[in-house]
Design a protein around this ligand. Structure first.
Ligand code: ATP
Ligand code: MG
Length: 406
């Protein structure tokens, strides 16, 4: 059998809907993939006929190609990933490539051929390509059924310019938009289950997330920081996080716990966190804050308390999980690969100095009165200055020029 060059076709439906922005999005996705796939034996990635095509080096093994395809599936902006071969615009060659692709597609009982030609200078039309390639496959697989509706495998055959691309193994990607096509956001990132999912959802909508983690240090250990680092390493694999700022928050929390009424403590901690995050967001030129809150989940996530925390900042605060049940969030954390890390116990600033009965319906006036006794402005400046940046490999992220430009 002939040796064909292995290719991976990357489809991106949603980008197709975006009119003029299309080429910007395509370029962004292309650059993201180039950087994320640097460990694989690629020759190049090109745009062809409304997709990206990843060309693998000659002699690349099947398992390496499959691992590369798996790495692409989770990248935001990718709607579908198909593994196959490039061959000549010749029906016998296409048939041979289709046989090979089908032999690598796993178990199946039924199939069909779906052919397209992008240029009518290829004399055979798509119906005839379907029939001819189909006949070659049927001859080799007399025991398999050809069906048009929901077959186990669809063999794609696409004639584009001077070549043909043939594939059989095709899986859905996570969709969304390429990271770096929707600006930057600052995400309050704990080591809990929710906030990594919230951050990831914003990345999937094309935002570049910068995490802000409040550690209980020096009042607690730095265990939560290690978990957040592990979480960031998971998100990094698909280019979904640029940087995480770790803010040592323990001393300020201790002071709040000594100076403020116990029932308002949590809201005061959270308002301070939001302010520090907003300061860091400004430094990073991020346009919004993001949290993992979901309505009513805990005492601080009532409508009144959400309002009382939002009132501390002027940036928009996005809560991608606001309407989700915990179980849905857990499922997504499992798919994402952060659930196990988040299930490990680490004291962070939120477990520290927790009051017995937190206020669930805080009144802004009471909160502001309690805050008036605290040196909030000084704390915000000190904490933002003390924030320690940790960088991750995100093709769409560039650090701000002056790391402490305030
Ligand atoms: P998570 O699982 O994301 O920690 P949670 O259900 O534990 O959420 P809270 O602890 O009330 O809820 O936190 C609500 C949100 O506040 C979090 O989703 C996160 O965005 C932010 N947050 C909480 N603790 C921290 C922290 N230590 N550092 C940064 N952000 C935090
Ligand atoms: Mg938490």
């Amino acid at each position: 059998m002939a040796e064909f060059q292995r290719v991976i076709l990357v489809h991106y439906h949603e980008i197709g809907l975006k009119g003029h922005n299309r080429s910007i999005f395509e370029k962004r996705l292309l650059r993201n993939l180039e950087a994320l796939l640097s460990a694989y034996p690629l020759v190049t990635i090109h745009r062809i006929a409304g997709r990206l095509c990843v060309f693998l080096r000659e002699g690349t093994e099947r398992d390496v190609a499959l691992a590369c395809a798996d790495a692409i599936v989770g990248v935001p902006g990718v709607a579908r990933v198909s593994c196959g071969f490039k061959c000549e615009r010749d029906l016998a060659q296409m048939g041979e490539a289709a046989l090979l692709a089908l032999s690598e597609a796993g178990e199946f009982a039924s199939f069909k051929v779906h052919a397209r030609r992008n240029h009518t200078d290829f004399p055979v039309d798509s119906m005839q390509m379907n029939r001819e390639v189909g006949a070659i496959l049927c001859a080799a697989h007399p025991d398999k059924r050809v069906i048009m509706k929901n077959p186990d495998v669809t063999v794609g055959v696409e004639v584009v310019q001077s070549a043909a691309y043939v594939y059989a193994r095709s899986v859905r990607g996570i969709g969304g938009l390429p990271v770096g096509s929707s600006g930057r956001v600052a995400c309050l990132l704990s080591s809990g289950i929710d906030s990594p999912v919230a951050l990831w959802r914003m990345a999937r909508r094309g935002a570049v997330p910068v995490g802000v983690h409040f550690s209980g240090r020096p009042q607690t250990s730095d265990a939560s920081e290690y978990l957040v680092d592990d979480i960031a390493r998971v998100l990094e694999k698909t280019g979904c996080i640029g940087r995480v700022y770790v803010v040592p928050f323990g001393d300020c929390q201790r002071e709040i716990s000594l100076l403020a009424p116990p029932s308002l403590r949590i809201i005061l901690y959270r308002r301070l966190m939001f302010r520090v995050a907003e300061r860091i967001a400004a430094r990073e030129r991020a346009g919004a804050l993001v949290t993992g809150e979901s309505l009513g989940q805990v005492a601080s996530q009532t409508l009144e308390n959400i309002r009382a925390t939002d009132a501390a900042v002027s940036m928009p605060v996005f809560r991608p999980l606001i309407g989700n049940d915990k179980l849905e969030i857990i499922e997504q954390a499992q798919e994402l690969g952060t659930f196990e890390i988040s299930s490990m116990d680490a004291p962070d600033c939120c477990t520290l100095f927790m009051p017995r009965s937190p206020e669930t319906h805080a009144r802004i006036e009471d909160v502001e009165a309690a805050e008036a006794a605290l040196p909030v402005e000084r704390w915000v400046a000190e904490l933002a200055a003390a924030a320690e940046p940790h960088d991750y490999a995100c093709p769409a992220y560039k650090p701000p020029r002056e790391p402490k430009g305030e």
